[in-house]
Design a protein. Sequence first.
Length: 298
Amino acid sequence: MRGDDCAGSWMVPFYPLIGGYQLTPEEANDPLALVVTDLVPLIGALDNDVISHHREAAIGEFNLLDVLRNENNGYPLSHAVTDAIALRDRLMTLYVRIRDHLAHTARPHLARFAHDIGHIIRGHMEWAQETSRYRTPENAKTGELHHATGFTVDWREHPADDNRQPPPLPSIAWWWNHIQTAEASQPATLHRPPHPLTPPPHNQLQAREATRQCWLPGTQGGAGRAIRRPHAISTRQTQVKAACRPMEGMLRHGAITEAGGGRAHPGPCCSGARPPLRAAWCAGGCAGARGRRSLRSA
């Protein structure tokens, strides 16, 4: 229910449109495609429940944290945050698992779709940190100032819960059945290497912003060099990177963390006026500088 009660679900269909590709009916109805279509918005919704709790508490509303406290005899808010983040990270681990499996086994468009919608997760976190909806100390109903506690964000290395088994929640536990079946019938490591994330064809939207900068490891002391490639499309200063992997957020005790391999190299991996992916892992092997902001009581 929570996954449908947010804006994430209506954002999913935009990614093929922006990317200039289209899923076939067979691809759109692939069990794993259906799972990630529901899974990614739910992850964003749980992130939102943690970040927005101070605002909702101030106006007398409730969300996941309040439900957890009620179900556990009113235990402290900090415990509810820890449990919510653990559930969120287990879901994030499932998304990364499905995305990486499809990268090796699915047709190019489906593999790209599973990759692209991950930007919803990081994009939402960037928006939530900057929007006045959560940053202002004003009661949305009365206009009065309040002193509720908010959260900031920290990028960590490991999830709070990386359990590959489903949680005891029947409404979503069946998602794990599909990836387990897919991995058993079509092992990714034996099928083929992942599809390259090729840029979309040129069109009017891409013509507005046809280049991006990516900081690559160099040969002189690892300093790197800046190159420009036609891999970005831009609208209203929001860039969609065809060649960049999303920063998979993993929350640990109130902290967002990254998933994925590679080493961080300082530099503007995803440049732009106010890019939603300030520190994204790139398919080319480079990474932007990582911020160290903690999602804890401010």
